[in-house]
Design a protein around this ligand. Sequence first.
Ligand code: SAH
Ligand code: DHB
Ligand code: MG
Length: 221
Amino acid sequence: MSQDLFSAVDQFIGETIVEEDEALMGAVEAAGVAGLPAIQVSPPQGKLLQLLVRLVGAGKILEFGTLGGYSAILMARALPEDGRLITLEAKPEYAEVARRSIDEAGVGERVEIRVGPALEALPGLENNGPFDLVFIDADKVNTPNYFAWALDRTRPGGLIVADNVVRDGTLADADSADEATRAQRRLHEMLRDEPRVDATTIQTVGVKGYDGFLIALVEAT
Ligand code: SAH
Ligand code: DHB
Ligand code: MG
């Protein structure tokens, strides 16, 4: 089993059931030209986000970590016309690239980018919720903090999805010294004792290597 094989399978999936259109390819291209790291969700993962948006009938989405706008474009496209997505990005220069790509993809009216560290943006979001879906994909050490905040602001029946929780399998290492890994372990331990959500983590391979995401359903109370 190898990275080449994981990538070949993602490529086949991309050629068949999750084809990218010009706007999505343009967003990746623009991000590359501007020097942004190519760490956006893979096309199959992005398609899963779209399906989740549709499954929960989301109208309000919050995203942590915009990068070049790739996942934001995908999720915004799955929203109804009057749906709204707010996405938080620490770096102004990334946000600028994302703004252009999101506008070019035709979903600019649905997407608001807030620039600055996400933790600082949160107090300003109190009047924007409750959210139907929250996608956590920013600085990984803060994933548990973002999750805790989101949990109080996601409607019953809504979803919180956290990317990059498996981290090459280091999630299983109780002695990991890596702060990002320790944060994902803490998140899982937090959820063990959290009656308000029902959750699972799915390990993934693909163009982005070996990782995984957590999906948490906020329980009706
Ligand atoms: N969701 C994107 C990928 C996000 S990559 C996609 O799939 O297309 C992670 C992003 O989080 C980067 O753009 C990084 O600049 C941003 N980020 C890092 N720390 C942050 C913070 N404290 N607050 C907000 N964004 C942050
Ligand atoms: C990184 C961030 C991501 O969101 C991701 O999916 C992969 C890598 C990173 O910061 O390296
Ligand atoms: Mg990610």
